[in-house]
Design a protein around this ligand. Sequence first.
Ligand code: ADP
Ligand code: MG
Length: 722
Amino acid sequence: GNAARIQAIQTITNRQPMPPKAPSSLDSLWASDVFTLNKMKESLPKEVFKSLKKTVETSSELDVSIADVVALAMKDWALSKGALYYAHVFYPLTNATAEKHDGFISVQSDGSVISEFSGKVLVQGEPDGSSFPNGGIRSTFEARGYTAWDVTSPAFIMTTDNGATLCIPTVFVSWTGEALDKKTPLLRANAAMNKAAKRVLSLLGHTDIAPVNSSCGAEQEYFLVDANFVSGRPDLLLAGRTLFGTSPAKGQQFDDHYFGAIPERVQVFMQDVEEQLYKLGIPAKTRHNEVAPGQFEIAPFFESANVATDHQQLLMTVLKNTAKKHGLVCLLHEKPFKGINGSGKHVNWSVGNATQGNLLDPGSTPHSNTQFLLFCGAVIRGVHKFGPLLRAAIATASNDHRLGANEAPPAIMSVYLGSQLDNVFEQISKGEITGSLNAGIMDLGIKTLPTFNKDAGDRNRTSPFAFTGNRFEFRAVGSGQSVAGPLVAMNTMLADSLNWVADALETELAKGATLDTAILAVLKEIIDNHGAVVFGGNGYSAEWHKMAVEERGLRNLRTAADALPVLKEKPIEALFEGLGVLSPVELASRFDIYAEQYILAIEVEAKLVVSMTKTGIYPAVVKYLAELSSTISSLKSNGVELGSETLIKISTLLNTLMATVDKLSTAIGQHDFADTEAHMQFCAQTIRPLMDEARSYADALESEVTDELWPFPTYQEMLFIK
Ligand code: ADP
Ligand code: MG
């Protein structure tokens, strides 16, 4: 009851603040816990280093004969940093990071011990991965998978209370070669995009073309809540979000002073996080412009998509572990608090290489501008054809609370270009090019194209997929999600589009067209066939929802239950199989696992609603009713009349709450569904609404019952006391 709440507040008020760390120089911190290329250069024979560097820079195959030498150097470095263990780190289909730890120590036949780490152990590991979901890929007699070193993502030292561990980023595959993780398809999607991009670049006349890679910079939002409050909230502990709780009196319109100053405690936390990230070579900068009380943001500088993805996982781990150290809990859930802005993860994404630079940057020469328009057009085509796939890639039970809730982009996937670029494509489509919208300075090279200012100035916060000057920003990604899935979807759809562009250019050129007319024809075809996905207006508005679906034929997949089955559609299967990113079996396993996670997440929440009501709310309200009614009676015997309206109101609310919770209990017990899709729909359309209904009665009770008896820490306490 409330005793625990008061205890929590006292503990927080009396806590000894963590002292801020003495600032260290960035030079001494930066990547000190990473086995970087520079460190390898110092410690490896020249030839070995050259071979390894080539693999890292061009994703070419690793020469396994050098593995022993690299392993030795890596081990020596790790031991010098105090690491006693090593771990193959992999990324299962759960959004989590998994590790298999082993000691460097090896017992010899004579009983002595040496530290040992061979090339074989570095390159390949064999975790007992049978407890990770595999969607039926691995039959039980062959339940193991193996991990294989991803040379393109650097090894690093992770230090926790249990000591230091050398961590080796790996892929996780079954013995039959199927991807059981999120990294393998990302590497494959990147390879497919590289191949297609090179085709286009070579058709544009480039002869020197370095490998094309995708880049990612992810802005991460999160909440911090004192750990003392979280231990009093089973919902936050087990589901990561509050299932009950009324918003503080002022809702989201808090006084400004709540936002301006970050509590000193949080500043000390942020400094600690940054220092650890710098050591890990993660270029992150915390933001102080939180939208909601208790909410913060951290944004690393962009890196290659593969490394950025590993770093994103690491960043989430560092946030959570550091929060614990500071007596806080870091909530990465997309919607921890009702009525308060949720958390997202804006995924900034582009493609480019060392010879042609950022291919989504309009650039300063006419040549690079037409090239830019082709790559930009390829993205537009991709989002139009595969928008539902993008939607499926961000479909989780938790992200459903944000999408379309008028605080985050809608579930309808559209592209925002900005008015100038919009205008350029419009004119290409009309075929009557008259000039630029603004007196432009950008020369597009082709005489018949208008010029335009490259100005990322105009922005549209309501678009899920926005061009922001030299990259696209996928804004509908969930804060707790791995960015691998969205990046796989984006790189794969782009690979498909770039192959189409290359085919179309080849066809035009074969007909005798000049390169310029061929490019114009291809751009026109793209905008004519796929321009319906371009939208610059208010993505939150009801008019757009209607227009998108009825006039433009875009799909509005409102819930994850609607979106995940997209993974089973034939064109999606063909896309992934054709580009060698996911086989039909691998894709099917992903549907199975994500659908299961969706159902499980909602079932856990529903069970919590039932148990928190029965063991927390009901007893508290009954106690209050007893107090109230005995007061009314005793007053009456003293000739004083106290109205019984409140008594009646509260008992009515309580009865309705309990009846709803009974219905919810029955619904949870239902298990006979025709298929997984039906089960998901039941969760979305029956279980969730019952949970919401129960919550509305419980929250009404919270405003009626004395604060002294309320069993759970309140929104006000959790959001403002630190
Ligand atoms: P916002 O206005 O959305 O807060 P910021 O510029 O602060 O944008 O941050 C956006 C993110 O985009 C940063 O992580 C940044 O490194 C990243 N970014 C910039 N250029 C690229 C690029 N070419 N590819 C991928 N990410 C990029
Ligand atoms: Mg952003």
